[in-house]
Write a protein that binds this ligand. Structure first.
Ligand SMILES: Cc1ncc(COP(=O)(O)O)c(C=O)c1O
Length: 382
């Protein structure tokens, strides 16, 4: 029997967290050592410092750290009283948690289609889906650009807006001439610190932001079993605390975030300029109002699966976010959606391909990606 081929590391991985660690090793190592020396592992001052920093970054009055981006959505839904028999409007072209959490609080996800250019919610479609049972709407800021939150809020004035900003920490949007940050204008904004996110922890983590004092208090209680005094429970909550270690790692990373976002944008611009003459590939569209942080750089491609296989052969990491929209997932068949219910989401699922855009990516790595894409479509390297 032939020996199995050794696992190969792609020449250009989709994400290179080791490369990032190499640039911030001293800061991270010191932060981790500090936590170990203090032997405080759950919540505590480091978590409070991170909450303060995230509130500042997102221009919000309150920030509540929790155990993941999924829990951030779960707690947000509970805080605005979503429960059995209620409906929550969202899009199906997103990570599973956006709708999974709606189901898990006992409510029904109602899916409306996306804008094919931005992949984000169409506010008019969301407003048209409102019924007497609608208890919340979750616009998702997909791939790094903020959804039209202000239009959602304007068209659905009595519906709490939970902004799923898991992919947009630090992204901005001009609204009525003012720069607004991800999470700022929604009733509640939710972030994820999953390691592959633009601000990634060394494990799971999440954050919830709001301008509303009453909601902030409820969210704080929900995070620790429904009470702020040990063994006293005003409501039934969860165990969704953030580890001190994660908070320390995130705080050490935070000063670099703006530079990383700028680098992601520069990488995106470079790709977009170089692919302008490849008609088979559509490059990302960013609304003029948005400052995108390119958590992903996502192409729309003819013969997508063949291109992905070819890039893999060339040692280039890619990913398909997302191959099957949520309205067609087996677990949601009880909702009664069929193929054709959300045509733009279904089309996107067949065409999208995300390519490496992480901040540490070098120009020569980008040229290699570009050369491979151009070769696949029969173009010479530019
Ligand atoms: C859009 C979106 N929502 C929610 C989540 C859930 O976050 P987490 O993985 O931290 O639970 C993610 C990330 O995975 C996401 O991309």
């Amino acid at each position: 029997m032939a020996a199995a081929a050794p696992p190969t590391t792609p020449a250009v991985p989709l994400l290179d967290l080791k490369a990032q660690y190499a640039t911030i090793k001293d800061a991270i190592d010191a932060a981790v050592r500090d936590v170990v020396e203090n032997q405080t592992f759950i919540l505590g001052p480091a978590v409070e410092r991170l909450e303060k920093a995230l509130a500042e970054l997102s221009h919000t009055r309150y920030a509540i750290a929790c155990a993941s981006g999924t829990d951030a959505l779960l707690l947000a839904l509970r805080a605005v009283d979503v429960g059995y028999g209620d409906e929550v409007i969202t899009t199906p072209f997103t990570f599973f948690a956006t709708a999974g959490t709606v189901h898990n609080v006992g409510a029904r996800p109602v899916f409306v289609d996306i804008d094919p250019r931005t992949y984000n919610i169409v506010p008019e479609a969301a407003a048209a889906a409102v019924t007497s049972k609608t208890k919340a709407v979750i616009p998702v800021d997909l791939f790094g650009q903020i959804a039209a939150i202000e239009d959602v809020a304007r068209l659905m004035p009595n519906v709490p807006v939970i902004e799923d900003a898991a992919q947009t920490i630090g992204a901005a949007r001009k609204i009525d001439g003012e720069t607004r940050m991800a999470g700022e204008v929604a009733t509640i904004g939710t972030f994820s610190f999953y390691p592959s996110k633009n601000l990634g922890a060394y494990g799971d983590g999440g954050m919830i932001v709001t301008q509303n004092e009453r909601l902030a208090l409820t969210l704080r209680k929900l995070r620790t079993h429904g009470g702020l005094r040990t063994y006293h429970h005003d409501i039934v909550g969860f165990n969704s605390r953030l580890d001190t270690m994660q908070a320390a790692v995130l705080q050490a990373k935070l000063p670099f975030l703006e530079g990383w976002s700028a680098k992601r944008r520069a990488n995106a611009e470079y790709y977009t300029a170089a692919l302008g003459d490849v008609a088979e590939v559509g490059t990302p569209y960013v609304e003029p109002a948005n400052t995108c942080i390119f958590n992903q750089y996502t192409l729309r491609c003819e013969r997508r699966d063949e291109l992905q296989a070819y890039l893999k052969e060339q040692g280039i990491g890619t990913a398909i976010y997302y191959p099957l929209p949520l309205h067609l997932q087996p677990c949601f068949s009880y909702l009664g959606y069929k193929e054709g219910s959300c045509p733009e989401s279904e089309k996107a699922a067949k065409e999208v391909l995300s390519i490496p855009v992480f901040p540490e990516l070098t120009r020569s790595q980008q040229d290699r990606v570009l050369g491979a894409i151009r070769a696949f479509y029969g173009r010479r390297s530019s």
